[in-house]
Design a binder for this molecule. Structure first.
Ligand code: PRX
Length: 652
């Protein structure tokens, strides 16, 4: 965000208190209740979290709520035995939720499936037994590369049930990316599907997995889910390695006891981008993640038995893990899961879903909201959205204009909006309004959740109005490390403030009411449509190309995506710039990472602006790209580079 934008946001002084009607029914009702509980959660976290955990099932209670003896490798509910799948499904079978819809799935072509908690239990047990029959054991890593079909949610839960560690790879990643992750996690098993529908087109997924695991020794079996009611996908099966899911589960028992797992047993790895070329496998464990996602889902979405909850995120990202699968199911919610694009067959698809199923809670991302705005009001206005009572947003800061549109056009000015700030690493939402409590301000993630000691500090760790966001106390869902790289965990997240405070990598401001305003990443991570992409990842792709000498990738403002990528590339001596070369470079990025990481722009340049010590000045590149006046360039080794780049960029 530039300073002008920060000013716009910080002079945003409209406030929207919850209505009395909402407040009266909310789980947490009013500021006094929030303040009292927040105070307790900070002053006596052990009691607070023990009470929260007691709402869930433990085969054996924990000995200790919190253990920081190996700081910053924190542990929660040590000695406790539990199972997240049990808490998401089995726990609901003995009461009124047994036959309640757990998952309502809608395919892009319009096919649908409803799975009650009882159905889900049966399917997960069969899946888990099938996995066991293939030799899957507790602790094995399983890579999951599936589209948004019910078996994806089931796959997560089946792994959690038997203590296998799942690692979902978003189905937009390329074969090379799948391979990197499979190798990093040393996956013995891969679960994939034959294909899926996206904007009316058949996507064949299996071929990518075949390419990814060819010659990869660690992978023993590949389970392939056939998308129901479709023969549209091409899919070849390798004998001895590939197994059809429907055949695997057909004769399995529908009972599979949930493994009594240690609270600190690994639950999943989820790869995310950082400041180096190598993505990091973020580790989450059973107990702490379970308690935190359960409680945040309950209070932030104010979940009630009659709610129909629609989170539009793909399960390939953390939002889908925490708030499509685990958090809501732990609360016995009814969740909508949708396979396809929001604009197929037309721009009103999400609103059709809201109308058809009577969605009460809708959780999406600012980039989607901006796209809805652009498509025009006629799409939501043509549908009955009166069932909605609460809206949410996640992934990046929401600009006040989009917030107001969401509030008026979707929420009919009656639905509170919860703007939830969090990360793959935090496991669950950290800053967010509570819908029966917080007077919201457009663009602010407002206040910390219970137990979250958030602050904006300077480099010395002193509180300041604008600076770096930090969390000064561990919370149950804090990442447990980076898979295979404990040092990177320490040096990335505990590198500041004598290792006492967690460093998320975001800049923030705090206003007079103590509300937080997120100002974006302070590292070289770009948030494109709410997805993190490390600029170093792209840079390392470019240098693999024989024509490229050097590159610098930056994030620049984008009307819909929030940010998009722009790549500055210098070519080796004697290589001619050409449109064909740009195409080749884009294809290389698509092959190495995935199509979603292809930059909006490539600018060839004879040189990059560098300091005398050789460091590329990305700030200057951003200024050039966004047309801002340039500050001091005298520290550059060759100030003339900037001038020629400016001319080139404006021509491009
Ligand atoms: O920069 C913040 C931004 O997204 C980053 C985390 O990305 P990821 O791990 O992919 O998780 C996204 C979904 C939780 C953060 O460091 N971010 C996320 N939510 C918000 C946000 N920025 C501003 N406001 C938010 N509500």
């Amino acid at each position: 965000m530039d300073s002008q934008e920060i000013n716009v946001v910080l002079h945003e002084n409209r406030t929207f208190p919850p209505s009395k009607a909402f407040q009266d029914k909310a789980h947490i009702s009013g500021m006094d209740a929030y303040n009292a509980l927040y105070k307790k959660s900070i002053e006596d976290p052990d009691t607070f979290w023990a009470e929260a955990a007691s709402e869930l099932h433990w085969f054996k209670p924990w000995d200790k709520v919190f253990d920081d003896s190996e700081k910053p490798f924190f542990k929660w509910f040590t000695g406790g035995k539990t199972n997240l799948c049990y808490n998401c499904v089995d726990r609901h079978l003995d009461g009124p939720n047994r036959n309640k819809a757990a998952l309502i799935w809608e395919g892009e072509p319009g096919d649908s499936r409803v799975l009650t908690y009882f159905d889900l239990h049966r399917e997960i047990c069969k899946f888990a037994n099938g996995l066991k029959s293939l030799g899957v054991q507790k602790g094995d890593r399983i890579a999951i590369y599936l589209p948004m079909i019910p078996e994806l949610a089931m796959a997560l839960l089946a792994c959690a049930r038997i203590g296998a560690v799942h690692s979902v790879i978003f189905a937009g990643f390329s074969a090379d990316s799948i391979k990197d992750r499979v190798l990093d996690m040393d996956a013995k098993f891969v679960i994939t599907g034959d294909g899926s529908w996206r904007r009316g087109k058949a996507l064949n997924l299996k071929a990518l997995v075949d390419e990814a695991v060819e010659g990869v020794d660690c992978v023993e079996k590949v389970v392939v889910v056939k998308r129901e009611q479709s023969d549209a996908f091409t899919c070849s099966m390798k004998e001895g390695r590939d197994v059809w899911y429907h055949k695997l589960v057909k004769d399995q028992s529908q009972n599979c006891p949930a493994e009594e797992l240690d609270s600190e047993d690994m639950l999943f790895l989820l790869y995310t981008s950082g400041t180096t070329g190598k993505p990091k496998g973020i580790i989450h464990t059973q107990g702490g993640y379970m308690v935190y996602t359960y409680l945040t889902a309950k209070y932030i979405f104010d979940l009630k038995p009659e709610d129909v909850y629609f989170c539009t995120a793909d399960i390939g990202w953390v939002t889908g893990h925490s708030y499509l699968v685990y958090g809501p199911l732990a609360n016995a919610a009814t969740c909508i899961m949708y396979e396809g694009a929001p604009n197929h067959p037309d721009n009103g698809r999400f609103w059709d879903i809201v109308e058809k199923y009577g969605v009460t809670i809708f959780y999406t991302a600012p980039t989607a909201i901006r796209a809805f705005m652009k498509w025009g009001d006629k799409w939501p206005q043509g549908r009955d959205l009166s069932s909605l009572r609460l809206l949410g947003t996640v992934g990046e800061s929401i600009n006040p204009e989009a917030w107001m549109w969401y509030h008026k056009t979707i929420g009919a000015e009656k639905c509170p909006i919860v703007d939830t700030w969090w990360q793959t690493e935090t496991g669950g939402a950290m800053l967010s309004p509570l819908p029966g409590v917080t007077a919201t301000k457009p663009g602010s993630a407002t206040l910390p959740f219970f137990g979250i000691d958030a602050a904006v500090v300077n480099e010395d760790g002193k509180e300041t109005e604008a600076g770096l966001l930090t969390i000064r106390k561990p919370w149950p869902a804090i990442m447990r490390g980076i898979y295979g790289d404990p040092e990177r965990y320490k040096s990335t997240y505990w590198c500041k403030w004598d290792g006492e405070y967690y460093f998320p990598g975001d800049g923030a401001k705090v206003d007079d009411d103590g509300y937080f305003w997120i100002l974006g990443r302070v590292d070289d991570v770009v948030n494109v449509s709410g997805h993190r992409i490390g600029t170093a990842e792209l840079e390392s792709v470019y240098v693999e190309h024989p024509s490229t000498a050097e590159s610098a990738v930056i994030g620049i403002k984008h009307e819909i995506k929030g940010q998009c990528l722009a790549s500055f590339v210098t070519l080796k001596d004697g290589i001619e710039e050409s449109e064909d070369l740009k195409k080749e470079l884009n294809e290389l990025v698509a092959k190495k990472i995935g199509k979603f990481a292809v930059p909006e722009k490539i600018i060839f340049t004879s040189d990059l602006p560098k300091t005398r010590s050789g460091k590329i000045m990305r700030r200057l590149l951003r200024d050039i790209a966004e047309g801002r006046a340039l500050g001091n360039v005298t520290t550059l080794a060759d100030p003339s580079v900037v001038e020629s780049l400016k001319c080139q960029y404006s021509e491009d």
